[in-house]
Design a binder for this molecule. Structure first.
Ligand code: C5P
Length: 224
């Protein structure tokens, strides 16, 4: 059967990664969480006090960063490793969410990660979620879905995810973070967050994860 690229882009906390993970499992495809890569770079930059206005230091730091995804046999989850260290839980914390969009605007960071993502999906057979997959990383993706949802619904979902990991964050703080990230992501010069002209729009405010998955799988079925 023909292997394709499934690109799932959209605003923060619309259910992109939950949907993408299930779709990848159904298709026996690899799942690549590109947001996790930007988060891992952010963690490294914070840990090493990298000056975000100094391109030389940024390039040097990027050359020291090695990001991989490994499957956790116990949880069956794909987890992110930064230079061999499991950072899956650390990168989801609020202090990373508060900084990641500032790091993601940096052209050197984008060039470096886009190149790695293109390499990961070269053989196709991948489901990739992010902000610029359908526009920049794989403009030739066979399936492109762009997700959106009401900000309050998104914040409630993110709050529950954080709570499951033991971090209690007030809803107002999460709404502020989502709106700030959406704004920075949509207005940056380099590969801004936007719907590709050939992407199908999916509003997830009132639909279940199963319905989101079905929507994507229907697009896939039409292509393979
Ligand atoms: O998907 P997630 O919320 O984990 O992404 C974190 C941040 O990483 C986004 O707010 C955005 O700033 C950045 N990002 C990006 N391009 C991608 C994926 C994520 O700029 N393809």
């Amino acid at each position: 059967m023909k292997k394709i690229v499934v690109a799932i882009d959209g605003y923060s906390s619309c259910g992109k990664s939950t949907t993408a993970k299930i779709v990848a499992k159904e298709l026996h495809y690899a799942y690549i969480d590109t947001g996790a890569m930007y988060r891992a770079v952010t963690l490294y930059f914070l840990d090493h006090y990298i000056d975000l206005t100094n391109p030389k230091k940024i390039n040097q730091a990027l050359s020291e960063i090695h990001i991989t995804f490994e499957r956790n046999a116990k949880t069956q989850r794909n987890e992110v490793f930064l230079n061999g260290l499991n950072v899956e839980d650390e990168i989801r914390k609020m202090y990373i969410s508060n900084k990641v969009s500032e790091v993601s605007v940096i052209p050197e960071v984008r060039h470096c990660l886009v190149k790695q993502q293109q390499k990961m999906g070269k053989k196709r057979g991948v489901v990739m979620d992010g902000r610029d997959i359908g526009t920049t990383v794989f403009p030739d993706a066979e399936v492109k879905v762009f997700m959106t949802a009401d900000v309050y619904t998104r914040a409630k979902r993110r709050q529950e995810e954080l709570l499951e990991k033991g971090e209690m964050v007030p809803i107002d703080e999460i709404i502020q973070n989502l709106q700030k990230r959406d704004h920075i992501d949509s207005t940056r010069k380099e590969s801004p967050l936007m719907q590709a002209p050939d992407a199908r729009l999916l509003d997830t405010t009132f639909i279940t994860i199963d319905e989101q998955v079905d929507f994507v799988l229907e697009q896939v079925a039409a292509q393979i």
